[in-house]
Design a protein around this ligand. Structure first.
Ligand SMILES: CC1(C)[C@@H]2CC[C@@]1(C)[C@@H](OP(=O)([O-])OP(=O)([O-])[O-])C2
Ligand SMILES: [Mg+2]
Ligand SMILES: [Mg+2]
Ligand SMILES: [Mg+2]
Length: 533
């Protein structure tokens, strides 16, 4: 049913108010905690660089440090170890070690060829040896390694099917994904770290120094996150957008949570605060188009943003004027920093992607008001843009690269990341959206087009996400010494992490951003508000 005009989004009010956020505090800012952390880092570094440690335990330690959220303290040591393993090729062991080495090397820019798995295939090379089906540990690592596949790597496709078929027998179909969880290649680091600490502390091979460092570190980094969150909350309060546009989801804490998975390097606090603002602005403008503006108002808004001037905003209703000016002010402030620090004017580029976004919103609003049901392809061609990933990535591009060229177009990796962001979002939000009134999303478009059930449509979307990850891997995983790969490593990290964070927020097909009864909400409170004991 087409409900025209002002609607409500169907979302609960904010969970934390301004004063609660501003009063957040933690003892982990103290000097003595820093000193203890430095001491523990030194002890773990010793463990890492000790020559006589065998290959596999070293790889397992590297994998644990990443999952526990503390690998950032050992980046150089880890790269040195992986580089020597890559050059000496001394990973050719059992399925477990080869798979673990394959994943860690590729994740760190050492692109091992998929042929390293040929020795595990039958003589015709058509499948993996059946005898491997008893090696559960090896199969789990083979399954994980298969998610590092790039387009056209058949052996890795075969590996995923082989491992899945056998491992699935252990757990029935339904909870395969929940039991297996997301493959580690798809998992964001910081928002998952405490889950891994919980598991690590119960392991028989747990190292007490590593555990103490992980626990101390997650409490110390929480202090930094809280200060960044407070700054974003002061900004959000100063915009008065919540007061003037009460129909918008007030989710500044959730907007900040997003950034802890997208931008994981501690030193990039400025970028997390910037990204939080972008998330909040995109959320606001998205709701204006989704549920509040009339078609005439939305057309006026789109035209004003296309002109990007201060003249044409006079024709807007007051609520749109405030929203437009908040966006304008943000873009100008960021452009000022870029001009000051890097000497070039980013305005023509970032405004292009904001215009691009509202034009895609306008298309969806027109479809909705006309009751038009787009085909899946038609929908996706517009919706990978309407999810808001391009303004996010263009602002981050300016922060993480110094090359002005290729600022005016998006890269294949950007599109893959935005597509995964869109598909994951639709899996988590579209049932409520379509119920309250919104354009049909990926699941509904596929069902309209093929008469499939909702579960079949979800399964199809999951396959699309897997395909997009192969594109992402193809575009973001380059040999570190591949000189014609100019994009910065930091930029490639945030592109992939944007997709990972979307899959985190919408895990189990729930809306961890707009709603409050998800596992995400529990993890958010632990990560940002609660001391880890
Ligand atoms: C940060 C975001 C991913 C972006 C703005 C808020 C979101 C959580 C999502 O909100 P949603 O209403 O689901 O977007 P859409 O489906 O209306 O495009 C779109
Ligand atoms: Mg929306
Ligand atoms: Mg929308
Ligand atoms: Mg949505």
């Amino acid at each position: 049913p087409i409900q025209t005009g002002r609607r409500s989004g169907g979302y609960p009010p904010a969970l934390w108010d301004f004063d609660t956020i501003q009063s957040l505090n933690t003892e982990y800012k103290g000097e003595r905690h820093m000193r203890r952390e430095e001491d523990l880092i030194g002890q773990v570094r010793e463990m890492l660089v000790h020559e006589e440690v065998d290959l596999t335990p070293q790889l397992e330690l590297i994998d644990d440090l990443h999952k526990l959220g503390i690998s950032c303290h050992f980046e150089n040591e880890i790269l040195q170890i992986l580089k020597s393993i890559y050059l000496n090729q001394n990973y050719k062991r059992d399925l477990y070690s080869t798979s673990l080495a394959f994943r860690l090397l590729r994740q760190n820019g050492f692109i091992l060829p998929q042929e390293v798995f040929d020795c595990f295939k039958n003589e015709k090379g058509t499948d993996f040896k059946p005898s491997l089906s008893h090696d559960r540990k090896g199969l789990l690592q083979l399954y994980e390694a298969s998610f590092l596949s790039r387009q056209g790597e058949e052996t890795l496709q075969l590996a995923r099917e082989f491992a899945t078929k056998i491992l699935q027998k252990e757990v029935d179909e339904r909870d395969f994904e929940t039991k297996m969880g997301f493959p580690s290649h798809w998992r964001v680091q910081m928002p998952n770290a405490r889950l891994h600490i919980d598991a690590y502390r119960k392991r028989t091979d747990m190292n007490p120094v590593v555990l103490e460092l992980a626990i101390l570190d997650t409490n110390i980094v929480q202090a930094q996150f809280q200060e960044e969150l407070k700054e974003t909350s002061r900004w959000w309060e100063s915009t008065s957008l919540v007061q003037e546009l009460p129909f918008v989801r007030d989710r500044i804490v959730e907007c900040y949570l997003w950034t802890t998975g997208v931008i994981q390097r501690r030193e990039h606090g400025y970028e997390r605060i910037m990204l939080t603002k972008i998330n909040a602005l995109v959320t606001t403008i998205d709701e204006v188009f989704d549920i509040y503006g009339t078609l005439e108002e939305l057309q006026l808004f789109t035209t004003t943003i296309q002109r990007w001037d201060l003249e044409s905003m006079k024709q807007l209703p007051p609520y749109m004027q405030l929203c437009y000016l908040a966006l304008h002010k943000f873009v100008i402030e960021e452009a000022y920093e870029t001009l000051k620090e890097k000497g070039f004017n980013s305005i023509p580029y970032v405004t292009k992607w904001w215009v691009n976004l509202v034009e895609s919103y306008m298309k969806e609003a027109t479809w909705y008001y006309n009751g038009y049901k787009p085909s899946m392809q038609e929908y996706i061609n517009n919706a990978w843009i309407s999810i808001g990933g391009l303004p996010i990535l263009s602002h981050l591009f300016f922060r993480f690269t110094d090359s002005i060229e290729s600022m005016d177009k998006y890269r294949d990796m950007d599109r893959a990341s935005c597509t995964i962001l869109r598909l994951a979002d639709d899996m988590g939000t579209s049932l409520v959206e379509v119920e309250r009134g919104d354009v049909p999303k990926a699941i509904q478009c596929y069902m309209n087009e093929t008469n499939a059930s909702e579960e079949e449509a979800r399964e199809y979307v999951r396959r699309l996400i897997e395909k997009e990850w192969e594109k992402m891997n193809t575009e973001t995983m380059w040999d570190d010494d591949d000189d014609d790969f100019t994009l910065s490593k930091h930029y490639c990290e945030v592109v992939a992490n944007l997709a990972r964070m979307a899959q985190f927020i919408y895990q189990d097909g729930l809306d961890g951003f707009g709603m409050k009864d998800s596992k995400v909400n529990k993890l958010l409170k632990e990560l940002l508000f609660e001391r880890y004991e």
